[in-house]
Design a protein around this ligand. Structure first.
Ligand code: NCD
Length: 314
């Protein structure tokens, strides 16, 4: 493990990919790589974060992110507490600020925050007095997803440097796309984004990516094909005529995959909408690394918690 990286992380926040240097991303991936093996043991536990407390504060639904932060903390022997908006005093009218201040008074070592409003983890980091990790804020950022995605690409024998990546689907609403684009650019990746015009961010021209509205073209040269979920919950009005018409043009199915390189990998952060942005045949097929992403999510979150909350003393 790169010791300078380790020492440099202690007590910091992880709010967006721009908090990290390319070297730090590589350091996190190396650290996470070492943690993969812990999850394959009979006794999946290290004493590393004994006596540390991690609070998951989730104001939006989550399966993978919340569970993997919980499992990651527990595999490192931290005490992990989960609070969801539905089971908290938010339902009684308590503000985000008061919720954070009250949780912070109990002296946790890290707060993992997911919230529909962009910027809430940043705000929390200014008042919480402990490390804050962004578990996804609106359409803004989801840094640990980008980190686990990069780790997955490397675990599949690919180098991040100059890699050809196509990100396809609802780019407009995707914090995963934003964080991945920011991270890939640090490794000079050749990034293509693809989707209907109405699901492209207005600033797409300034992101330094190639834009296409033709999925076959997006797939053709890509070493990594990253599919995104259609986020109907973030759409105020219909941005495309119907899901059926969307899938006719943008679903990654075996017909489209015929255009792909034989060594391409297919990724999706989940939850997947089968038959809409990806067919079951592709999601469950030989190109798919979707469940590897989930497995690596645990290792990457172990690395993040270890470096932010434990680190140098251990
Ligand atoms: C993503 C998210 O919540 O941003 N899922 C995840 O964290 N694995 C993507 C999505 O909701 O589509």
């Amino acid at each position: 493990m790169a010791e300078p990286v380790l020492a440099a992380f202690r007590g910091r926040h992880l709010l967006s990919i721009s908090d990290l240097s390319a070297d730090e991303i590589s350091g996190l991936i190396n650290t996470a790589h070492r943690f993969v093996e812990v999850s394959e043991r009979e006794v999946k536990k290290l004493p590393t974060l004994r006596g540390k407390t991690v609070v998951n504060l989730f104001f939006e639904p989550s399966t993978r992110t919340r569970t993997s932060f919980e499992i990651a903390g527990k595999r490192l022997s931290a005490d992990v507490i989960n609070i969801s908006a539905q089971s908290s005093s938010v339902l009684k009218g308590e503000t985000f600020k008061d919720t954070v201040l009250n949780v912070a008074s109990m002296n946790p070592d890290a707060l993992v925050i997911r919230h529909p409003s962009p910027g809430t983890p940043l705000y929390a980091s200014k008042i919480a007095g402990c490390s804050v990790i962004n578990g996804g804020d609106g359409a803004h950022a989801h840094p640990t997803q980008a980190l686990l995605d990069m780790m997955t690409i490397m675990e599949h024998g690919k180098s991040l440097q100059n890699i050809r990546v196509s990100i396809i689907g609802d780019v407009l609403h995707s914090r995963v796309a934003r964080s991945n684009i920011a991270a890939f650019k640090m490794f000079d990746a050749k990034i293509t984004v693809c989707g209907p015009k109405t699901l492209m961010p207005p600033d797409v021209g300034s992101l330094g990516v190639r834009v296409t509205h033709d999925i076959s073209e997006a797939v053709r040269e890509a070493e990594v094909i990253m599919m995104l979920r259609i986020q109907t919950e973030r759409m105020a009005q219909g941005l495309f005529p119907s899901l059926r018409e969307y899938s006719a043009q943008f679903c990654l199915d075996s017909r489209v995959m015929k255009k792909a390189r034989p060594d391409a990998i297919v990724m999706h952060p989940g939850p997947i909408n089968r038959g809409i942005e990806i067919s079951s045949e592709v999601a469950d097929g030989p190109y798919s690394v979707i469940l590897d992403q989930v497995a690596h999510g645990v290792a990457m979150r172990m690395a993040v918690l270890y470096l932010l909350c434990g680190g140098a003393e251990q």
